[in-house]
Ligand binder design. Sequence first.
Ligand SMILES: Cc1ncc(COP(=O)(O)O)c(C=O)c1O
Length: 380
Amino acid sequence: MKLFDVYSLFEIEPVKGEGCYVYDKAGTKYLDFYGGHAVISIGHAHPHYVQKISEQVSNLGFYSNSVENSLQQELADKLGELSCCEKYQLFLCNSGAEANENALKLASFHNGKTKVISFKKSFHGRTSAAVNVTDKSAIQAPINQLFEKEFHEWNNIDTVRASLTKGDVCAVIIEGIQGIGGIHIAETSFLEELSRLCKEHHAVLILDEIQSGYVRSGYFFSYQHAMIEPDIISMAKGMGNGFPIGGILIHPKFEASKGLLGTTFGGNHLACAAGIAVLDVIQAEGLRENAKAVGDYFIKKLQQVEGVKEVRGMGLMIGLDLGFPVKELRKKMLYQAQIFTGSSSDPNVLRLLPPLTIGKEEVDIFMEAFRKVLPLFLAA
Ligand SMILES: Cc1ncc(COP(=O)(O)O)c(C=O)c1O
């Protein structure tokens, strides 16, 4: 049987991972500065993670959401404590798109409205409602375009205010830091005014922290530099370090009722074991502090490189605008320097999303390679 051919592939097959490195069949070692799309948070094959998942699967891998599962509460308690969002309620699902799908659905259940405000260059997933509020018409099928949405300028409150004032907006969905769009940080004052306006006009504020959350930015959630309380926060990626798990944090003003949301696989035993192990390691190894310290060090080093047009980022979520398409440079970094990097929807922006366990040593390895590779393109 043929695979449905939708992915462009690098000719490399990692078969083993350890910390911030992956290895191919021949044993070649690659430094991972992409974390498989920001997924690897605590590092590949972390021993605590391996142990927790192995123990769980040998006891009980799955049973349905029709029976008690205390692992879900353990995960909720740890997540509440580490994120300082104790008062929120947790609903677990399996992916980022599914988290946003549930967030949008809950918003519409809550206020009965359907119009959604989103932002230019946003990415919120590929399922029906999530893709409809994603600023990329090429990945929206006609069946996805079922409710009204608007894409506003990033960090520009004026047009958002004008739209919210009409009173017909169901929800505003925003990434704390735009990821796929090329690493753009939501300004503190913008988020604070956005939150105030949403409250005033009864629109639900959804913070998409699927890529920027789970301490990647140096905050647990990247919006936390602003004094706001989002209505719903969506999470996935780093939450399971590769195990498929997603979720939404729901403000206490939303009341649950039986059957309002649901899923077969979401919150299963194995996913919870993975999610708990990730939080254990984030706490025990001080990964929030590490992301901030190493991120600051990294950003400073990158700013010193001649030829880099702009460095944007927070913690270990970094975008480099090189002023030329980065496609070939990524290949050189991978095939010559054995370093994985990421792209974005802006062809000139290189996206760096390493495991949150990296230290200055790995940054220095990256910098040495980058300083060698970049001039090849500047001269061209
Ligand atoms: C900000 C953001 N939201 C949502 C998604 C969708 O997540 P998933 O691919 O797990 O469905 C992504 C994926 O890249 C993302 O970066």
